[in-house]
Design a protein around this ligand. Sequence first.
Ligand code: C5P
Length: 248
Amino acid sequence: MNPLITADLAQPTSPIIVALDFSDANSTLEFTSQLDPLACRVKVGKELFTASGRSLVEKLAAQGFQVFLDLKFHDIPNTVAHACKVAAECGVWMVDLHASGGRRMMEAARDALAHFSHPPLLIAVTVLTSMEAEDLNELGIKASPAEQVLRLATLAHDCGLNGVVCSAQEATQLKIALGADFQLVTPGIRLNNNTDDQRRVMTPVDALAAGADYLVIGRPITRASAPLKVLQQINQDIQHSRAETEKL
Ligand code: C5P
């Protein structure tokens, strides 16, 4: 086993995680070769991982990127624990599972990572940012998205996970309830009114002000005509907003 430990790489100061929702390794690597690993992290999700697997994760690490393996594990505790262990062996920086898999599943995943010297951050997905109250209702969940997110995040916190994926709209409430160290990873980030299939959305600067630690941004960057410029512009906006806040 020779993991490329992306946790050992230089830490980007940017909170942006670019969602690499591409269909194959070549177009992904061509895209990431234009990015600076100090200006963002990257996320490999289900489509890309199914197409290109572990070798792509290792190539991204070789390009210098910290990699979030976003496979949202949801299975029996033993299966999820082993999947998380293999993810750690690949040297990923962050890995996630569904909090709705329950306490025993989350604790098994946490325990599976305990002996690694550089374990990935273990993050639980609460309620997908594409879902709203109506969608939960149809699943028999009477709680509002915010209530359900708080319930699942509290459980993940209690199970010793490092943080959750949630909408930036729930970030303030979660920081107050679960503390500053509990990491909030927020997709559903939008620069304008085009929300695509996302429902609970926010702009990058507003999301950080609300308490988000990391911003997962896909299509607003990857589908832009000048992706690099968009990434640079968001990073600049964030720096500017941080400087303004420090002045206060
Ligand atoms: O293109 P867009 O910015 O909507 O991409 C968001 C990314 O974040 C996608 O890769 C999606 O799978 C992921 N994600 C999400 N909601 C979650 C967890 C992950 O949108 N709760």
